[in-house]
Write a protein that binds this ligand. Structure first.
Ligand code: NOJ
Length: 535
C-alpha cells in the first residue's frame, strides 16, 4: 500500500531560539538553521518542526503571536523563511510550522481593536463577559478571566493574561485563521503542528467545569475540562482544516492535544477522526509521564496503538520544549536513555525528536536570575519552569559552544563540551552515532516503519518483548528495563529461539548468543532479525 511521507517520517523539532545564533545576539535564528542543514541531513531526519517564529512580544516565547504572517526580527525575515524552505526542500526535508490557533498575543491588532468597545469590528474576535461567568482556570495559574479596563469586561485566556483566547464561534475568526494557513501553504510550508488544538472551541454558554475531589498543586487540574476543551464542534473545524490542507499535495497537520496526565490516548486519537478526516497525526505524551518500567511502558504503548487502530498512524515522542529532557528524567543514566531511544525508534508510524536529544543533552541548570519562562518565574522554586529543556544546542567546545559568539539567552547544560556535536562525531560509541544508526536502520527497513507490532509473553516482567512484521520481514525487540542482568525465554511457539540473529544492541553484547535463553545486560536493548521460514 502506498504511504505518504507523514505516515512514517522522523520529525526533528527545533526550538529556534536555542539552535544556532548567527548574529551574535545570543538567540538562535533562521539563518542558523540554514547553516546547520547538512548536519540535519546527516541525522537522516525527514522533516523539521520549528516552534513559532512569527512576530511576538515573547510573553510565552512565540506562543503569543502578534502577526501570523510575518517573522519576528529576532529570528529573521520572510526572505529567510523562503530560503529555509528552498534549502530544506533541495535536501528532501520538509518544513513544519507551529500554529497557535487557540489564542493570540494581547498585542495582536485584533485584540487591540476588540478591547476598544463592545461594538467595534473585532468586538467578537475574543471571548468577553461582563462578569466572571464560570470556574475556568488558566493552565499557567490564576483564573482564566482577566479584567480589561478599557472595555470594562473580562476576557478569557486559557494560558497567560497576555494570551487572550480567540472566539472560534465567530466565522470571521475561522476564516482569518484559514487564510493564515493558506498564506503559509502557498509559500511552501509542508505542515503545521497545531498548538493545544482541542482547546479552540468553548462551550456556547460557558458552563463551569465539574470539580474533581482530592488535591492537586495546580488549580487547573482540580476540574474536569469538559466545557473549555474537547467540545464536539472542534471536530467539525478540524475536518474543514483537513480539507483545506489536503487540497495541497503532501501536506499535513499534527495536533497537540491537552489531556489529563499521564495521558488520554483515546482522546488524542479521537482527533484523527473516525474516518481519518481530521488531523493527520496527534501526539500522545504518555511515555513522557510514565515511570521507566517495562510493564508500564508496554502498557502505555499498547494502549496508544489500540486507540489509534490499524488504519491510522501513531506518532511517538519522548521530548519537547515543555517537558524535562529524557536523559534528565532518567537521572543522567545513558544506558537507560539509549534503551528509551531504541523503544522509540522501533515503533510503527512517525517519530518526533527534539534538538539535542540525539546528543543525550541534559536539561540546563537555570538559576533564579536567569529564568525566562513565565511559568518558571511564577512557580519557582516549586517548579523551575520549562527553560531547562530549552538550553542551547552544543556544537563544539569553543567559547559559546558554536551556538553563539555573544551571551546565550539561556545557560548551557553543565559539562556542555562533553555533549558537543564535534566531539561526538569523533566517538563511534557516542549517543549521536547511536541515534544515527537507529534512524538509518529505520529508514532502510520498511518493517520498522510500517510493520505490525505484537507484544510477546516472556517469563520475565522486567523485559519488554515485541515483534514487528512486514510481509516476510520480522524483527524481534528485547528490552531490559532493569539495572540487573535478566534471563528471558519467549513463550511463543511461533518464534523458536534458534531463528533469531542479533542485529543491533544498545550496549556491547556480553552474553552467549547460543544460549537457550537470552541474557540481557542491565538496561540493554537488542534487536534481532528472524530468519525467514523457507531459509
Ligand atoms: C503548548 C505549547 O507547547 C507551550 O509551549 C505553550 O506555552 C502553550 N501551548 C500555550 O500556547
Amino acid at each position: 500500500m502506498a504511504t505518504t511521507w507523514w505516515e512514517e517520517c522522523i520529525v526533528y523539532q527545533i526550538y529556534p531560539r536555542s539552535f544556532q545564533d548567527t548574529n551574535g545576539d545570543g538567540i538562535g535564528d533562521l539563518q542558523g538553521i540554514i547553516k546547520r542543514m547538512d548536519y540535519l541531513v546527516s541525522l537522516g531526519i525527514d522533516a523539521l518542526w520549528l516552534s513559532p517564529i512569527y512576530c511576538s512580544p515573547m510573553a510565552d516565547f512565540g506562543y503569543d503571536i502578534s502577526d501570523y504572517q510575518n517573522v519576528d526580527p529576532v529570528f529573521g525575515t520572510l526572505d529567510d523563511v523562503d530560503q529555509l524552505i528552498r534549502e530544506a526542500h533541495t535536501r528532501n526535508i520538509k518544513i513544519i510550522f507551529d500554529m497557535v490557533f487557540n489564542h493570540t498575543s494581547i498585542e495582536h491588532p485584533w485584540f487591540q481593536e476588540s478591547r476598544q468597545s463592545k461594538d467595534n469590528e473585532k468586538a467578537d474576535y475574543y471571548i468577553w463577559s461582563d462578569s466572571i461567568p464560570n470556574n475556568w482556570q488558566g493552565a499557567f495559574g490564576k483564573r482564566a478571566w482577566s479584567y480589561d479596563e478599557k472595555r470594562q469586561q473580562y476576557y478569557l485566556h486559557s494560558f497567560l493574561e497576555e494570551q487572550p483566547d480567540l472566539n472560534w464561534r465567530n466565522q470571521e475568526v475561522v476564516d482569518a485563521m484559514f487564510s493564515i494557513l493558506t498564506f503559509w501553504l502557498d509559500r511552501g510550508i509542508d505542515g503545521f503542528r497545531l498548538d493545544v488544538i482541542n482547546c479552540i472551541f468553548k462551550d456556547k454558554t460557558l458552563r463551569s467545569n465539574p470539580r474533581i475531589v482530592g488535591s492537586r498543586p495546580r488549580p487547573y487540574d482540580m476540574q474536569r475540562h469538559i466545557f473549555d476543551r474537547n467540545r464536539p464542534g472542534t471536530h467539525q473545524k478540524l475536518r474543514m482544516m483537513r480539507q483545506l490542507v489536503d487540497a495541497y499535495p503532501d501536506r499535513m497537520l499534527v495536533g497537540e492535544i491537552m489531556v489529563e496526565l499521564p495521558g488520554e490516548p483515546e482522546l488524542a486519537a479521537s482527533f484523527l477522526g473516525r474516518n481519518r478526516d481530521e488531523l493527520h497525526l496527534s501526539f500522545d505524551f504518555s511515555l513522557a509521564y510514565t515511570r521507566f518500567n517495562a510493564t508500564k511502558w508496554q502498557r502505555s504503548a499498547k494502549r496508544w496503538c489500540e486507540a489509534i487502530g490499524k488504519n491510522r498512524i501513531p506518532s511517538w515522542v519522548l521530548n519537547n520544549h515543555d517537558i524535562p529532557r529524557i536523559v534528565s528524567r532518567l537521572s543522567g543514566n545513558v544506558a537507560k536513555t539509549k534503551l528509551a531511544a531504541l523503544f522509540l525508534l522501533t515503533q510503527r508510524g512517525s517519530i518526533f525528536l527534539y534538538y539535542g536529544e540525539e546528543l543525550g543533552l541534559p536539561d540546563s541548570k537555570v538559576p533564579w536570575k536567569s529564568i525566562r519562562d513565565p511559568l518558571g518565574k511564577r512557580y519557582w522554586p516549586v517548579h523551575p519552569g520549562r527553560d531547562p529543556a530549552r538550553g542551547p544546542m552544543i556544537w563544539s567546545n569553543e567559547k559559546g559552544f558554536g551556538f553563539t559568539d555573544g551571551e546565550s539567552w539561556l545557560p548551557f547544560a553543565s559539562n556542555a563540551a562533553s555533549y558537543a556535536v564535534a566531539e561526538q562525531e569523533q566517538d563511534a560509541s557516542s549517543m549521536l552515532h547511536y541515534y544515527r544508526a537507529l534512524i538509518g536502520m529505520r529508514r532502510e527497513e520498511t518493517v520498522f516503519r510500517r510493520g505490525t507490532c505484537a507484544y510477546l509473553d516472556t517469563n520475565n516482567n522486567h523485559v519488554v518483548c515485541y515483534v514487528r512484521e512486514y510481509g516476510d520481514e520480522k524483527r524481534l525487540m528485547l528490552l531490559n528495563f532493569s539495572g540487573r542482568k535478566q534471563r528471558v525465554s519467549i513463550r511463543d511457539k511461533h518464534y523458536p529461539k534458534s531463528d533469531w540473529i542479533l542485529r543491533f544492541t544498545s550496549q556491547r553484547m556480553l552474553s552467549d548468543a547460543k544460549a537457550e535463553t537470552f541474557i540481557l545486560q542491565p538496561w540493554q536493548g537488542c534487536i534481532y532479525s528472524l530468519k525467514s521460514r523457507s531459509s
